[in-house]
Design a protein around this ligand. Sequence first.
Ligand code: SF4
Length: 379
Amino acid sequence: MAGGHHAKADPQRVLADPRFAQLSALVVGEGETRVTALLGDANRRAELPGVMWRDHLLGTTAVGISDGPTAYWVAPDINELTVDRRFLPQDPYRASDGRMEANLVCSRGCPYECTFCGAAASMNADIAIRTRTPENIIAEMHQLNRRYGCTAFRAVDDLFLGARRIIHPAMEAFTAARIGERYVWDATGRINVLDREDDTVLDTLRANGLREVALGIESGAPRVLRAMDKRITPEMTLTVTHRLLERGINVKGYFILGYPGETRGEALDTVRHVRDLWDLSDRLPGTFRASVFTFRPYPGSPVFNNLVKQGYDPEAMQTYHDVDLTDHGADEKMRERDEFNFTTGQQFGEVPLTQLNDWLAELSREQHERTNATGAVNA
Ligand code: SF4
């Protein structure tokens, strides 16, 4: 069996790949219930929606078809799914601050449309957006605490703090369960949503143990942010980050250099934006850390499809090379960071890749030094 993002974005390509000649089921989308059924009886593939395979006799692609409701198979109730961590040797883990830490998934799906993202709503028509009940999330925290001594959690969802109707009930339940007295937790969030929340809500998030929020900041240029459909402005990011950092909530920001059509001035706006946010955190209790990447068009994202329409070669856009952050070997401590940064070797904006990679290496090295200086978790 195979599945995952590429399988969903381009199933025909995977099925046609000779390296997958032995594949008996390509499971498109959320796999838990269908994989369980297939492990019990591989012949069920014909009745499972979103399962594909190659019919070698006919040379065609076959697809499973369900004659009943499909929600259980393609978008199961995530309150019903539990993770058996005996099979996850790296989770929970001892974090660098000494805490036992575990990853949680609190929600699935995202209603937003960021053009570079494979989780964009229009690319995932099969995904109903679901959030676990706060009680269900709290029960898993307590269970991980009892079994493994976990006191720190990371909600690694595409987007957890992404809507008022999710944040408010979750925080009411966290307050009632006095989560902030026992645990700390990190989560993904949206700048425009946090911008609309008043100070009391941010205070409550902090009191309930929110340690770090990961935000898609992406660019310091308003035009590029509009092209990405981010629904934020650089000023909004500065305000929200300020309000979080002054409460001691750390912020991790993601940035993209070299988005299609980005000018040199716009790329430099992003470099400056990172520096402004570092400056802010130098004056406030929370820490800000930047994760910067050069633009890579992911299959299954709106911008990838647009670039294909403009004539870019989809194969070339999926051929990756490493990015050297070590200053040509001079800075060995950056070697371990290389794995997070790779490139298609193609230029999509005005600035040549060599220049973008120099800025990227410069920002990454500075972040590395800042992290070491503050002892912040480096992930
Ligand atoms: S970048 Fe984040 S907010 Fe935007 S579509 Fe992807 S998951 Fe949603």
